[in-house]
Each structure stands twice: as C-alpha cells, then as structure tokens.
Ligand binder design. Structure first.
Ligand SMILES: *[C@@H]1O[C@H](CO)[C@@H](O)[C@H](O)[C@H]1NC(C)=O
Ligand SMILES: *[C@@H]1O[C@H](CO)[C@@H](O)[C@H](O)[C@H]1NC(C)=O
Ligand SMILES: *[C@@H]1O[C@H](CO)[C@@H](O)[C@H](O)[C@H]1NC(C)=O
Length: 180
C-alpha cells in the first residue's frame, strides 16, 4: 500500500514544472534545505574535472546544515570503478549562504538558489595547485527532474559565464545509487 502510494507520487512530482514564484536567492531558510538531494546537472569551465573519473564529479546524497552554521554534504564519487563515500563539512563565512572547504584544493561554495522542495543550485570556485575552476551544480529532491529545470540551469550558467555546452546531465549516471 505504502509502496503504491509512493510510486504514484513520484511521477507527478517529476513532471512538476520549474516555478519562478517560489524560489529563494537569498535569506535562505537553511533548515529547509536539509535532507536528500540527487545530482542532476553539473557545469564547469574544465570538463575534465566533472566528466567520468573527474575529481569533482560527485553524486550527492544528503545536505545538512549543522548547529554551528557549517554545511555538511554527503556524496559519492567513483575511483577506479569503485564508489567512495565522502562527508564534507563546509565552514560558514561572514557572507550568508557562502561556505569554504578544503576538498581537492581550496573551495568557496555558494548557495545560489533553491525552492527547497524540488531543486537547489550551488556555485563553487575551486583553486587547486594554482588553477582556478568554476563549477555549478543542480541537485534535485528526486533522481529525475523535468526539462524545465535544465532551462533554469542554462540561465544560471549564463549568469556565471559558463556555456550550455559545458553542462553534463548526471541523471541515471549514478551507479552508486543501488547502495543507498
Ligand atoms: C583541467 O583539469 C585537469 C585535471 O585536474 C588538469 O590536468 C588540467 O590542467 C585542467 N585544465 C585547465 C585548463 O585548467
Ligand atoms: C562545526 O561542527 C562540525 C561537526 O561537529 C565540525 O566538523 C566543524 O569543524 C565545526 N565548525 C566550526 C567552525 O566550529
Ligand atoms: C602543480 O602544477 C605544477 C606546474 O603545472 C606541476 O608540475 C605539478 O605536478 C602540479 N602538482 C600537482 C599536485 O598537481
């Protein structure tokens, strides 16, 4: 019974369209971003880092704000065909919604927008060995989102000067998924 209800619910949510009126781009309610998120789209000015075997190609699982203002990310990434679980704690900065963390270099992580119930986007600036890389990611509450979210992501990428050609779709690419 429960399973049937859930199965009935998922397609209707996945078909939900991106809705302008309910997005937040500042003054986030961090408690509301807590919970399960799946990697849907990523973009970068260095594709090597987000394509297969890239060090920044991550499959998100959970994002949780901590009491001290830090933001905890739990995700998987692939190393030589193996799923490796990573927990990354980003420290808050004086700018609300902005965090820093040492992971594959030094990173500045910025929550750029969310509607809390369907999607969230982050911008990350990574400095590794003196080279700066920009990465954008869109995570969904569901493993699959409708194409209206891709349109939205293309717009966000433009804002951060990344081309639509630099976008990869991670939907159904997550081989670590069955391990949850
Ligand atoms: C892109 O990333 C790869 C892997 O980290 C690195 O070897 C390469 O130098 C980078 N390219 C640029 C243009 O930064
Ligand atoms: C916040 O709490 C987390 C988890 O306890 C810890 O890893 C992190 O270092 C703390 N950050 C600060 C700035 O105290
Ligand atoms: C850092 O960059 C220098 C010069 O490009 C290179 O020789 C060195 O191997 C790099 N180090 C790492 C850890 O990637």
């Amino acid at each position: 019974m429960v399973v049937l209800l859930v199965l009935g619910l998922v397609p209707s949510l996945a078909a939900a369209q991106f809705n302008w009126e309910i997005i937040s781009q500042k003054n986030y309610n961090m408690a509301k971003i807590s919970g399960i998120w799946y990697s849907i789209f990523m973009a970068s000015d260095n594709m090597t880092r987000i394509e297969e075997n890239g060090d920044l190609r991550v499959f998100m699982r959970n994002i949780n704000p901590l009491k001290n203002g830090s933001l905890k990310f739990d995700f998987f990434f692939m190393v030589h065909g193996e799923c490796v679980a990573v927990t990354m704690v980003c420290e808050k900065t004086e700018n609300y919604g902005e965090f820093t963390v040492a992971y594959e270099g030094e990173n500045r992580v910025l929550l750029t927008e969310t509607d809390y119930r369907m999607y969230i986007t982050f911008y990350m600036q990574n400095i590794k060995n003196g080279t700066k890389t920009h990465v954008l990611a869109l995570y969904g509450r569901l493993p699959v989102l409708s194409s209206s979210y891709l349109e939205r992501f293309v717009n966000i990428c433009k804002k951060y000067r990344l081309n639509a050609q630099n976008i990869i779709d991670l939907t159904n690419k997550d081989v670590c998924f069955p391990r949850r």
